[in-house]
Design a protein around this ligand. Structure first.
Ligand code: HEM
Length: 381
């Protein structure tokens, strides 16, 4: 009986191995028939090489480059993709935006961030949304609202760090999210942040997943989290409309229906813009700030010089005085530290573009005809 059981098991394993190999081979052959594609592997049907990509991170790209060169094909995050780590091709593609290439972020990201978010819209709608977002960070807004709010938030956030062991990664993540939330909904951030934060973390995870909508997947959890976040924001918008009070925060500015606001957005568009701001400023700012702290810890002389610059500014002010624009402009050394941190800790390694028509990428450099529905992942390493 035991022998029969082992034999069946071995047979099943053999069938499984054989069918896996056939499935992988079929997927490779399917894509190799398409003309003009660079070398590379496409992994499994539907899943492609997403699991390896998410598990290995940058090493996945480095290994593929070692095998296939700086221009190779793959299948990640639900879409056939051509990865380019070639600076000339990347420059060419970025310089020729609009000529058949548009932002090509994964479907999971577009679904979860909303159909009006800036990465999901093209052409004149993209221009309009961009204008609406840029109006929130005009020099006047920075001087009168953004800077004082950040100053006040950071003082409160840092006030009890003394004589404690701090998890810097956790603290910078909280800092990035809570400070953006404060900019967006002002004092109301206090009452919503408790419910908002865990949902937002799920939303972030969901944007980098395969768009498979079944219970237990990151995509499903991210999508549910989006629903909760939309509901919190919608309630806030309704409350503000009923109260008719004006608010000097980003949501108040986006909801302003007066002539002075050039950009009139619907409630759905406002909600997607708010999610875009929170999402774009979260991982980028938290990781950069965390790395700045690490680099300053590793370079005590730089930390000392930075401290001297800030102590000199504080010496001219009373302890409760906030930093103003002139103080900010005078921070030459601090600016150099920020630039150097951004250079060393490249948070955004690459961008994604999608072809809207069959095209030849940089004819002189590479004669490459790309099928519609292929996506480019330009990496800057
Ligand atoms: C260290 C910080 C940051 C880095 C490294 C960074 C990097 C980038 C990069 C590389 C892009 C271009 C993406 C593409 O072309 O596909 C981009 C776009 C964008 N970023 Fe950031 N970002 C940072 C902080 C922020 C913050 C704090 C916000 C908002 C609060 C923000 C909002 C945006 C928006 C809205 C776009 C889209 C612009 C458009 O499509 O016209 N970013 N960012």
């Amino acid at each position: 009986m035991a022998v029969l059981f082992v034999a069946v098991l071995v047979l099943l394993l053999l069938v499984l191995c054989l069918s896996s190999a056939l499935l992988l081979r079929w997927n490779e052959v399917r894509f190799s028939k398409k003309k003009g594609l660079p070398p590379g592997t496409m992994g499994w049907p539907i899943f492609g090489e997403t699991t390896e990509f998410l598990k290995q991170g940058p090493n996945f790209m480095k290994n593929q480059r070692a095998r296939y060169g700086s221009f190779f094909k793959s299948h990640i995050l639900g879409c056939p993709t051509v990865v380019s780590m070639d600076p000339d091709v990347n420059r060419y593609i970025l310089m020729n935006e609009g000529k058949g290439l548009v932002p090509g972020y994964p479907q999971s990201m577009l679904d979860i961030l909303g159909k009006c978010n800036i990465a999901a819209v093209h052409g004149s709608t993209h221009k309009y949304m961009r204008g609406a977002l840029l109006s929130l960070i005009s020099p006047t807004m920075i001087r009168h609202h953004l800077l004082p709010t950040i100053d006040h938030f950071i003082r409160t956030h840092l006030c009890n760090w003394d004589s404690q062991i701090i998890d810097i990664q956790l603290k910078t993540k909280e800092m990035a999210l809570l400070s953006s939330l404060k900019q967006i909904v002002g004092p109301e951030s206090g009452s919503i942040s408790g419910a908002f934060m865990p949902e937002f973390f799920k939303l972030v995870l969901g944007t980098l997943s395969l768009p498979i909508d079944v219970p237990g997947t990151s995509y499903r959890r991210g999508f549910q989290a989006r629903k909760s976040i939309v509901s919190i924001l919608r309630q806030l918008i309704v409350k503000r409309k009923e109260s008719k009070e004006s608010h000097l925060d980003m949501l108040g500015y986006l909801m302003n229906t007066e002539e002075s606001n050039r950009y009139k957005l619907s409630d759905d568009e406002i909600i997607d813009q708010v999610i875009t701001i929170l999402y774009s400023g979260y991982e980028t700012v938290s990781t950069t700030s965390m790395m700045a702290i690490k680099y300053l810890h590793d370079h005590p002389k730089v930390l000392q010089q930075l401290r001297e610059e800030h102590l000199a500014i504080r010496a001219r002010k009373k302890p409760e005085d906030p930093l103003d624009m002139d103080d900010l402009k005078s921070m030459r050394f601090t600016r150099a530290v920020i630039f150097e941190t951004s250079r060393l800790a490249t948070i955004v390694n690459g961008v994604l573009r999608k072809t809207t028509q069959e095209m030849e990428i940089n004819g002189e450099l590479l004669l490459f005809k790309c099928n519609v529905n292929f996506r480019f992942y330009l990496l800057f390493w």
